[in-house]
Ligand binder design. Structure first.
Ligand SMILES: C[S@@+](CC[C@H](N)C(=O)[O-])C[C@H]1O[C@@H](n2cnc3c(N)ncnc32)[C@H](O)[C@@H]1O
Length: 290
């Protein structure tokens, strides 16, 4: 059973769903993860001899992959609380964000290593009220303590086995992909009412970490799933697919299954229930397209 990588991130599957991913991916050597997030699914599958190709538009996952999982040693430039005036100081973005927290985040985003930015990204999420990424709820000492704690935690996650070929960018810009994958593990953004949480709640997070220089985060609405999945299924190769989904989102699991069965057959279906909501895992076999 693989440990869960924790970084105060919304979404991402729980332990039993990750155990299922680990079990189902056993023996698969070439794996595609089109929506990487903080790499929990990747960490459940990473083993010596495997190559996991992944994509995510946010800079934060790229800092985690490059600065933590693929790093051979911990590299940090943060020795104490220092301040710069950058994107966070000028724009704020979070309700009640004070000068000092903004200044510290700007200093790390400008001067820190990718390992530092991976730690800052987690400390930022945990410094907002309830981790909801709307209102700020920490002073700079608390922010620094969270940063430092994540630095210790992330140090245990460096040097992961296998080859992690992560791309910071929109997966749809890299299609068609001619690689014949043994497994494609899809955990797409989920739409709550009108939008996914990443383009909405992680925009400020992304702007601060990239100092306003990052790629635009793609917006997913209730109509995005069908065209996006059509493109993904038509322009990738590999018959075995794991599809991770959750309850209380749009489209719901029934409509999602209707959509997916246009492209694949459902071979196995699991429901992982926790705290009044469910995570679903679907093992799919791609249908021959005519
Ligand atoms: C549900 S999360 C994935 C969580 C992941 N399974 C994990 O283990 O942490 C979905 C991710 O898709 C990313 N995303 C959304 N649209 C994307 C796109 N077009 N290309 C690449 N990544 C995208 C979001 O930034 C978000 O990190």
């Amino acid at each position: 059973m693989a440990d869960i990588y924790k970084a105060g991130f919304v979404g991402g599957a729980v332990q039993d769903a990750l155990d299922w991913i680990e079990e189902k991916s056993e023996g698969d050597k070439r794996i595609l993860v089109p929506f990487a997030g903080i790499g929990r699914s990747t960490m459940a599958m990473a083993r010596a001899g495997k190559t996991i190709t992944s994509f995510d538009t946010m800079h934060y996952p790229a800092c985690i992959y490059r600065g933590v999982f693929c790093a051979t040693e911990v590299e940090s430039r943060v020795d104490k609380i220092r301040y710069s005036k950058g994107w966070a100081f000028e724009n704020r973005g979070y309700k009640n964000l004070d000068d000092r927290c903004a200044g510290f985040m700007d200093w790390v985003a400008i001067n820190g290593t990718e390992f530092d930015k991976a730690c800052l990204g987690s400390a930022m999420v945990r410094s907002t009220i309830m981790g909801r990424m709307m209102s700020w709820g920490s002073n700079v000492e608390q922010l620094y303590a969270k940063f430092d704690k994540q630095r210790e935690y992330n140090a245990d996650w460096i040097n992961q086995p296998g080859k992690l070929d992560h791309h910071e960018g929109n997966v749809f810009d890299s299609l068609p992909d001619e690689t014949e994958y043994d497994l494609i593990c899809i955990d797409p953004p989920k739409v709550l009412t009108y939008s996914d949480v990443y383009s909405l709640n992680f925009r400020v997070h992304h702007e601060i970490l990239t100092q306003g220089q990052g790629a635009k985060l793609p917006k997913w609405n209730r109509r995005s799933m069908a065209p996006n999945m059509r493109k993904l299924f038509q322009e990738t190769k590999g018959n075995k697919i794991l599809f991770m989904y959750v309850s209380r989102v749009i489209p719901d699991i029934t409509d999602l299954k209707r959509l997916l069965t246009q492209f694949a057959e459902i071979e196995e279906e699991e429901e992982f229930y926790h705290n009044g909501r469910s995570d679903y895992g679907l093992l799919l076999r791609r249908k021959e397209m005519t």
